[in-house]
Design a protein around this ligand. Structure first.
Ligand code: SF4
Length: 373
């Protein structure tokens, strides 16, 4: 784990910013936005972003578009141009609710697909088609079909971090904030004591520690969260005595067991907002700390830096070009939308509950099983 400050490459923006005029109008349109990011960004850096921020906000109005930003976007995107901010499911639901029919998804490809599944009549754009995800690319719909053949009669719970064809083969979706509830509810509905849960092995292990339901999981992982180890957390505690450690459940179980609290990005955000720890570390993607720190200036954040290379493909320049040229449109086959939508709707039909908080001391049972296709 690296402890140095997170470095985002802004050279592309710097070069292209020369093409966009930095004039008094840009200054007038953006200076108030600096207030929101000043805790995490020096003004010298902000002025490099400012022409893009102004141009994107103008284009957004002109085209009546809405910009959705995931929690792992950099602060310039998250705080200066986005209309809605949150996790992938929250963003997809906002896409459904807003009157605008042009959506720019600042996140990775499966997120744009999820928005398209929930609102097929809208035009959904992603600024960089290469923004993938190691979880989503680690399994296919065919893999899920083969697993179902191996375990007939068991429901498939699929993490939202998957492609539409994987969702289409699934019975219900889940997020890290409702995974335990989804596993227990679907087992009850099917009258079984085992479920298949794909594709994240670590999330599945952490969920299996919280429930009596036995879990059969796929060996997928988030390439960002799998890098953290329990020893990293011990080192942090030694370096910063008294620090409060929050971990995302996509981390390996030894990380969760060393943490003080484990939950989704939304649950981590709520924890910091309500508990106001003096010093905190979020064991998750790097940009999340900046975005939570902005809302909680009195809390000191220690930032172990693991960046998601896919999320970081989304830059202000890419968003500007995406809006200007209305590229790249994300399309999903209509038949697949119907099937994938059924799995998402099954999750949304569950009674609303507070976000799962994972018992960090719970142990992964011996019944936990891994499957390959
Ligand atoms: S942080 Fe992990 S789960 Fe999220 S997009 Fe990146 S690789 Fe995928």
């Amino acid at each position: 784990m690296k402890f140095e400050a997170c470095e985002i490459d802004i050279s592309a923006n710097k070069k292209d910013a020369e093409l966009l005029k930095i004039d008094p109008q840009v200054k007038a349109e953006t200076d108030h936005l600096y207030e929101g990011v000043k805790h995490v960004m020096p003004y010298d850096e902000f002025v490099i972003h400012a022409p893009y921020i102004a141009a994107i906000n103008r284009l957004k109005k002109e085209k009546d578009a809405v910009i959705l930003a995931h929690n792992y976007m950099t602060a310039d995107i998250f705080h200066c141009i986005s209309d809605f901010r949150g996790d992938s499911l929250y963003l997809a639901r906002q896409a459904q609710k807003v009157p605008q029919s042009l959506i720019v998804q600042c996140g990775v490809h499966f997120m744009a697909e999820t928005s398209k599944i929930l609102c097929p009549d809208k035009k959904v754009l992603i600024p960089d088609l290469r923004a993938g995800c190691s979880l989503a690319s680690g399994i296919t719909g065919r893999d899920v079909a083969l697993i179902k053949q191996k375990y007939p009669g068991l429901p498939v719970v699929t993490y939202v971090n998957t492609t539409a064809d994987v969702k289409a083969e699934s019975d219900i979706c889940c997020t890290s904030s409702n995974a335990v509830q989804v596993v227990e509810e679907i087992a009850k509905q099917w009258g079984v004591d085992r479920v298949i849960m794909v594709p994240d092995e670590y999330l599945a292990r952490n969920v299996s520690a919280q429930t009596e339901i036995k879990i059969i999981a796929w060996k997928g992982a988030c390439e960002v969260h799998e890098l953290f180890t329990g020893d990293d957390v011990k080192e942090l505690r030694a370096a910063y005595p008294g620090i409060v450690v929050l971990a995302h459940p996509e981390c390996p179980n030894d990380v969760v067991r060393e943490a003080d609290f484990a939950g989704s990005t939304g649950a981590m955000n709520d924890f910091v907002f309500t508990q106001k720890p003096k010093q905190v570390v979020l064991i998750t993607e790097c940009s999340m700390s900046d975005n939570v720190a902005i809302e909680n200036p009195e809390v000191e954040f220690i930032r172990p830096c693991n960046l998601c290379p896919h999320m970081k493909r989304i830059s202000l320049k890419a968003i500007y070009e995406c809006l200007r040229d209305e590229k790249y449109e994300v399309d999903v086959d209509p038949d697949m939308i119907v099937k994938a939508r059924a799995a998402v709707d099954a999750m949304l039909a569950l009674p609303p509950r507070n976000a799962n908080v994972y018992d960090v001391k719970a142990i992964v049972p011996d019944t936990f099983e891994l499957v390959s296709a």
